[in-house]
Write a protein that binds this ligand. Structure first.
Ligand code: ATP
Ligand code: MG
Length: 364
């Protein structure tokens, strides 16, 4: 059988720096674990604009559609701020998401014991935390029409956005969440505002429908999103998988992210419909951006990008044990006190470089 295929789009700023560490790890899997990938690399964002005049070339887009998974670094930087909106680096990312139709955005909030002091919450509230927020990414109030700002006859202005969800849009993201739950602890909490929103009522009904008809073995609960926000900071360990719409998911996933500390630690996955091989279309990327303020200085924390590859191992390549191996190595290194600059507490110490962090993880 052919090796699983991976397209690496390292992008701009610290993207290539953190991706270099992931590439070492990918080679290690081929050499030491007999797990070889067909890796191809291409340009995205400003790096693609510099060569092709567009932030994502058609040929790159076509490649992304064919591979088993895309691994992305980061895009953007001050150099490109002056560009026209249509060719801004971020448009490359948006094109990938849109054309691959990646409707389920997975953001884990996982607390490494060694970093529990980093949380804005008490240590016992977050220690051992491991939850996953599934955010609907391609519909809802960010896309619904009518939208716009209109001026009334009396000169006052009205800003309009519309939340629209269809049955199928809700069902497909619910399926992603239930599939995920079966690989984890078989528990989903769906969040909306069915008490005040029609789309919330439909959301609740359709998630329940998918549960009753397709995933009756998974435990399902429903919660109003405002209560969900409160529960996330009060007692986050009560959750396992949370599924919610685009807007609530945007807010709740940022909130959950900060339960665990630095931006340099947070991976994500964006999944779409199952392909012919049964695996979902997928793109994995760190939550952080290109961090122009530290780019080129060897200071970036590569862990978010490495954890994104661990998610790829688990969700695209059926290598859950290998993903756990990688996460354990990161845990070990952190427990040994190895820290990039972003993970330095007030007590200070000597930070390691991006490369040193990658090497330590590999050694572990
Ligand atoms: P974007 O708009 O692309 O999301 P942003 O401006 O929101 O980007 P980032 O580029 O993620 O933000 O950077 C925000 C801050 O976090 C910066 O100070 C940056 O140096 C820091 N940061 C981001 N990622 C990392 C990382 N991997 N390691 C260390 N620091 C990081
Ligand atoms: Mg940002």
């Amino acid at each position: 059988m052919a090796n699983p295929s991976l397209l690496i789009l390292a992008g701009d700023g610290i993207g290539p720096e953190v991706m270099a560490e992931v590439k070492k790890i990918i080679s290690w899997y081929g050499d030491k674990r007999g797990l070889a990938f067909d890796v191809s690399e291409d340009l995205v964002g400003g790096a693609a604009y510099d060569v092709h005049g567009v932030p994502l070339a058609d040929a790159t887009m076509a490649k992304a559609q064919e591979v088993d998974a895309v691994l992305l670094g980061a895009v953007g930087g001050p150099k490109y701020d002056v560009l026209d909106f249509s060719v801004k680096p971020e448009r490359g990312l948006l094109r990938l998401r849109k054309e691959m139709d990646l409707y389920a955005n997975l953001r884990p909030a996982q607390c490494f014991d060694a970093l529990a002091d980093f949380s804005s919450l008490k240590k016992d509230v977050v220690a051992g935390l491991d939850i996953m927020i599934v955010r609907e990414l391609t519909s809802g109030v960010y896309f619904g029409t009518p939208r716009g700002i209109t001026t009334q006859p009396d000169g006052s202005r009205v800003g309009i956005n519309t939340q629209v969800y269809t049955t199928e849009e809700i069902r497909r993201v619910a399926r992603s969440a239930f599939e995920l739950a079966r690989r984890r602890n078989n528990k989903v909490c769906s969040m909306e505002k069915a008490n005040v929103m029609e789309s919330g009522i439909l959301w609740r009904e359709e998630v329940q429908w998918v549960h009753d008809n397709e995933y009756p073995d998974v435990e399902l609960s429903h919660m109003y999103a405002d209560n969900g926000a409160m529960q996330l900071v009060r007692r986050p360990k009560q959750f396992d998988v949370i599924v919610t719409d685009n807007l609530f998911g945007d807010v709740l996933s940022d909130c959950a992210a900060m339960l665990t500390g630095s931006l340099g630690m947070l991976p994500s996955a964006s999944l779409g419909a199952p392909m012919a091989n049964g695996r979902p279309k997928a793109m994995y990327e760190p939550v952080h951006g290109s961090a122009p303020d530290i780019a080129g200085q060897g200071k970036a924390n590569p862990i978010a990008c490495i954890l994104s590859f661990a998610m790829a191992l688990r969700y695209s390549f059926d290598q859950g044990d290998e993903a756990t191996r990688l996460e354990k190595a990161i845990e070990t290194v952190l427990a040994d006190g190895v820290r990039t600059a972003d993970l330095m507490g007030p007590e200070g110490g000597q930070p390691v470089s991006t490369t040193e962090m990658g090497d330590k993880i590999l050694a572990a």
